[in-house]
Write a protein that binds this ligand. Structure first.
Ligand code: EZ4
Ligand code: CO
Length: 404
């Protein structure tokens, strides 16, 4: 049959930063793309795809999207985890892309059609001190964005998550080993409520303010922070405690009405089943690339919808324009989708993955090209460019390793 999968390619490349991209081609020449980038573990997922998944896809019907998902998930016996789920997610997205192109429909049309005219997004403002931070906040507001994530330096620390010396933040550092940062929770907790209050004072009431705590607090510290910032009226606090301890959020919840978001490191619905069904969070942050693709995210978001939890996927620069496209199509077609993070990309990334999705009036639009509406400029995906790059690690002042 002319529509079976004929070619499986895994591209490891570095257009400004490392990406792992899956390209499936059918016998009649339809191409589907998927993103399998796991920041700092790129070659592991590339091998998983090349050595173990690719050979199983050749000659398979790309229209059996759910069956392929179940085959790759249940058929492997060793389930879950970021590497396997990113690989399955890449295959799933590529199959949806093929279906869109075969039927001539943009992906959102196949996912049930638009439920909204435009998709809310938020941008990042970062500054070591308040004046630098407010400058970036103002720049985003002038560009038409109403929701802004604010991250800032902490007195006494030299490097802080989410901040860089230049205007563009890239979490992964090039080199053979992770950068080590020093972290001090007490200094952070003394400093951050005042910063968030000052930003609120500056922008007035109509701007959504978000802040990422990056898994660094104990439950009672997180509860204190949540209470302290209640007068600020935050859109959310993100990742206040280490993500694998689902019960931790119950304690936080009992103490504060500040909305809670978590989940960028989750890989399956089973990682957030309790959080969602017990209504311990307000926003679930799973990303298409890291939680099994469009098919699995739809299940997570459906469970969330039943329990009044909203979808708000992770969207840093290490989520490639391919996964971001998938997320935008899903967002425009999913009722309980609240907001899509959009950190932005260096220019070279936009050129390496020409895409129909775009920003219009401070919101995201999927565009109307068939499938994901993303292609690849092969000249900008050179395997020789790959360089090891790792996310940092953090230690407390006494040298103990802590969550980064
Ligand atoms: O640390 O993308 O909300 N965004 C984040 C990110 C993550 C990195 C991990 O690869 O927390 O910056
Ligand atoms: Co985050």
């Amino acid at each position: 049959m002319s529509d079976l999968i004929e070619r499986v390619e895994v591209l490891v490349s570095r257009p400004a930063r490392n990406y792992v991209t899956l390209r499936l081609t059918t016998r009649d020449g339809i191409v589907g793309l998927g993103d399998a980038t796991v920041n700092g573990r790129e070659l592991a997922v590339a091998s998983y795809l090349r050595d173990h998944v690719g050979p199983l896809l050749i000659g398979r019907d790309p229209g059996r999207i759910e069956d392929v998902w179940q085959y790759l998930y249940r058929g492997v016996y060793w389930r879950r985890g970021p590497i396997g789920m990113a690989a399955i997610g890449a295959v799933d997205v590529a199959l949806w892309d093929i279906l869109g192109k075969r039927t001539g429909q943009p992906l959102y049309a196949l996912l049930g059609g638009r439920v909204r005219d435009r998709l809310a997004t938020y941008r990042h403002a970062l500054g070591w001190d308040l004046p630098a931070l407010l400058e970036q906040v103002d720049a985003h507001r002038e560009a038409g964005f109403d929701n802004i994530r604010v991250q800032t330096g902490v007195p006494g620390l030299d490097i802080v998550y989410g901040i860089s010396s230049g205007p563009v933040y890239e979490p992964a550092g090039r080199g053979a080993a992770p950068v080590e940062e020093t972290w001090d929770t007490d200094s952070y907790l003394r400093h951050i409520p005042g910063v968030l209050a000052a930003v609120r004072e500056h922008v007035g009431d109509s701007v959504g303010l978000l802040h990422d705590v990056h898994h660094r607090l104990t439950p009672i510290q997180a509860a204190r922070l949540g209470k302290a910032v209640e007068p600020v009226g935050m859109y959310w606090l993100e990742d206040v405690t280490p993500a694998e301890d689902q019960e931790a959020l119950r304690l936080v919840r009992q103490h504060t009405t500040t909305p809670l978001a978590i989940g960028e490191v989750f890989n399956t619905v089973w990682d957030c089943q309790q959080l969602i069904s017990n209504r311990l969070i307000d926003y679930i942050r799973v990303a298409v690339v890291h939680a099994g693709g469009i098919s699995h995210l739809r299940k997570i978001f459906a469970l969330a919808e039943v329990h009044g939890v909203q979808a708000a996927p992770h969207g840093p620069s290490d989520v490639s324009p391919v996964s971001l496209a998938a997320s935008i199509h899903l967002g425009i077609a999913t009722h309980n989708f609240a907001i899509q993070e959009y950190m932005g990309y260096p220019d070279l990334v936009h050129e390496a993955f020409p895409h129909a999705w775009h920003v219009a009036e401070g919101h995201l639009q999927p565009g109307d090209e068939p499938g994901l509406g993303v292609s690849i400029d092969d000249d900008l995906h050179n395997p020789e460019d790959y360089e090891p790059a790792y996310l940092p690690v953090a230690r407390r002042r006494d040298g103990t390793l802590t969550d980064w």
